[in-house]
Design a protein around this ligand. Structure first.
Ligand code: CP
Ligand code: NVA
Length: 300
């Protein structure tokens, strides 16, 4: 594997190999191999981050490498230097790059021009590192996703929902997306997805009915903070005790965090499921170490 740009482009076997590797790295933390020894990895971030930044910095160090955090505002990218020039400079100096930005195409272009392993640390389109940590958490908590019903409540076309829809397509589990009609995935996306096991509904209770995994995420993703009219559409889509009455008797709640209590999730529900949700956050570290190990070591 040369890059991790999206979940869309992965297949079931690769996803399962990455999760197996994450489980191994988690079990052997502190005494596993250090394949990034002598390497410097650039972390190019144009959006805020707590979990992704910290887990990559720690993960790179634990694998023997050196992380170099480059906020957009501290480098010439923030003054208009194009991504294609940034890619060609960094590709001559560092051994890999981790990019958090808006446009998926920027990450793709960077991977093509830099000649170094490139990892998508969130774009408007996908959050592949997060979905791998989510799947790892499902595996740890429920043993398997086979035969489980998953629900995603909230924005039907955010980076997280899109990542979950591609994961459902590859892995074959049933995914029910409960979202307002105005924020449902558009027809052209569904045509590309071609996943009969992904169901859409505007009724959150029907999405959650019998679900083993209930997922949510912020209503306004980074860059959408001013879209107050969007937020108003989500009132009935809060994950709370009332909604969870429809879930399977044994269920888990996932949230990629950061969470806005009282909006997409109630305070009580977040705290009741905190053990799972913070295990999910920790799993970012282990999943990303698996990604780093998988892509490290080649360079044009
Ligand atoms: N879930 C996630 O990506 O968190 P951060 O934005 O804090 O990195
Ligand atoms: N959909 C959210 C995910 C944050 C980790 C966002 O893009 O802001």
């Amino acid at each position: 594997m040369k890059h991790l740009l999206s979940i869309q482009e992965l297949d079931a076997a690769t996803i399962c190999q990455l999760l197996d590797s994450a489980i191994e790295l988690k079990a052997t933390r502190g005494h596993h191999a250090t394949p990034l020894t002598g390497q410097t990895w650039a972390m190019l971030f144009t959006k805020s981050s707590t979990r992704t930044r910290v887990s990559f910095e720690v993960g790179i160090r634990e694998l023997g490498g050196f992380p170099m955090f480059l906020s957009k505002n501290d480098i010439q990218l923030g003054r208009g230097e194009p991504i294609r020039d940034t890619a060609r400079v960094l590709g001559r100096m560092v051994h890999g790059a981790i990019i958090r930005t808006f446009d998926q195409q920027d990450v793709v272009e960077f991977s093509q021009l830099s000649g170094i392993p490139t990892i998508n640390a969130l774009t408007d389109e996908e959050h592949p590192c997060q979905i791998l940590a989510d799947l790892l958490t499902v595996r740890e908590k429920l043993g398997t996703w086979e035969g489980k019903k998953m629900a995603f409540i909230g924005d039907g076309f955010s980076n997280m929902t899109i990542s979950w829809m591609w994961a459902a397509k590859h892995l074959g589990f049933e995914l029910h997306v409960g979202c307002p009609a105005a924020y449902a995935p558009p027809a052209e996306f569904l045509e590309k997805l071609q996943a009969p096991n992904v169901y859409l509904t505007t009724d959150p209770a029907s999405a959650v009915r019998g679900a083993h995994v209930i997922n949510t995420d912020v209503w306004l993703s980074m860059g959408q903070e001013d879209q107050k009219e969007k937020e108003h559409a989500f009132g009935p889509y809060q994950v709370n005790a009332d909604l969870l009455q429809h879930a399977a008797a044994e269920h888990i709640v996932l949230h990629c965090l950061p969470a806005y209590r009282g909006k997409e999730i109630s305070e009580q529900t977040l705290e009741a499921h905190a053990e799972t949700i913070f295990q999910q956050a920790e799993n970012r570290l282990h999943a990303q170490k698996a990604i780093l190990v998988a892509v490290a070591g080649w360079k044009n």
